[in-house]
Design a protein around this ligand. Structure first.
Ligand code: HEM
Length: 205
């Protein structure tokens, strides 16, 4: 759960930085999207092959992450058979209590996101597809909510991943880890949110 989760956070950071190329204009953004689809690792591997290796890798990480979640869910249910024990959940943070349903909303949003931008972009280039979508305030609202759910999930997930890997062994380490979790989640939220907001405000031409 920890390792796959951290790899997915790394993907999100990469995706977020890539999206910021929207500010550099249509030519730059489309060139970047085309490069990812065609030219990465060329000529070591043929044109267009890397993106499929990458997609299968990403899918494998998402499936492993979900499989781990279901396994842990079952183990937790077995370990706390009485309702009384679940009272302990009151001491958990909002993010930790919403990991499961947050994960489900994240996954459903991702399916929609892939349909909208990868499978059926009806407006030509990736730049035009993104720009057209976010001229509609409703889509900006939906995406901001979805990114918010993603970042609440990341805040707790980032913290628990490093706790699982044994980093939170002292009070100082816990504080640093907690700050880092807020920083990474906040950065990802702002980095993703700024593009739809800028498009709606007319700041990306
Ligand atoms: C405002 C925020 C976002 C924008 C504008 C955006 C934009 C895009 C675009 C344009 C593509 C298609 C690229 C192409 O096929 O040329 C894409 C693909 C993708 N996005 Fe996003 N995205 C956003 C947020 C997210 C988030 C939060 C996640 C994950 C939780 C995500 C996960 C993905 C994945 C997995 C793909 C498929 C990559 C592939 O085709 O290999 N995106 N996104």
């Amino acid at each position: 759960m920890a390792v796959t989760g951290l790899c997915l956070v790394a993907f999100l950071l990469m995706h977020m930085i890539g999206n910021l190329k929207m500010f550099l204009g249509e030519g730059e953004f489309n060139h970047y999207a085309e490069f990812l689809k065609q030219d990465v690792l060329y000529p070591i591997i043929p044109h267009g092959v890397f993106i499929w290796l990458f997609r299968f890798g990403l899918l494998a990480f998402i499936l492993l992450h979900m499989f781990s979640a279901v396994t842990l869910w079952h183990r937790a249910a077995k370990a706390t058979p009485t309702k009384y024990e679940t009272r302990k959940r009151l001491s958990q943070s909002y993010a930790s209590r919403t990991m499961r349903w947050g994960g489900v909303i994240l996954a459903l949003g991702l399916i929609w996101h892939l349909i909208q931008f990868t499978v059926a972009p009806s407006h030509g280039s990736p730049f035009v597809a993104v720009k057209t979508a976010f001229q509609n305030p409703a889509w900006v609202g939906v995406y901001l909510l979805w990114i918010g759910v993603v970042c609440v999930h990341i805040r707790h997930g980032f913290w628990s991943a490093f706790a699982t890997l044994g980093i939170n062994t002292s009070a100082l380490a816990k504080t640093v880890l907690n700050c880092l979790a807020y920083l990474v989640a906040g950065l990802i939220f702002l980095g993703f949110a700024v593009v739809p907001i800028a498009i709606l405000a007319g700041g990306i031409q």
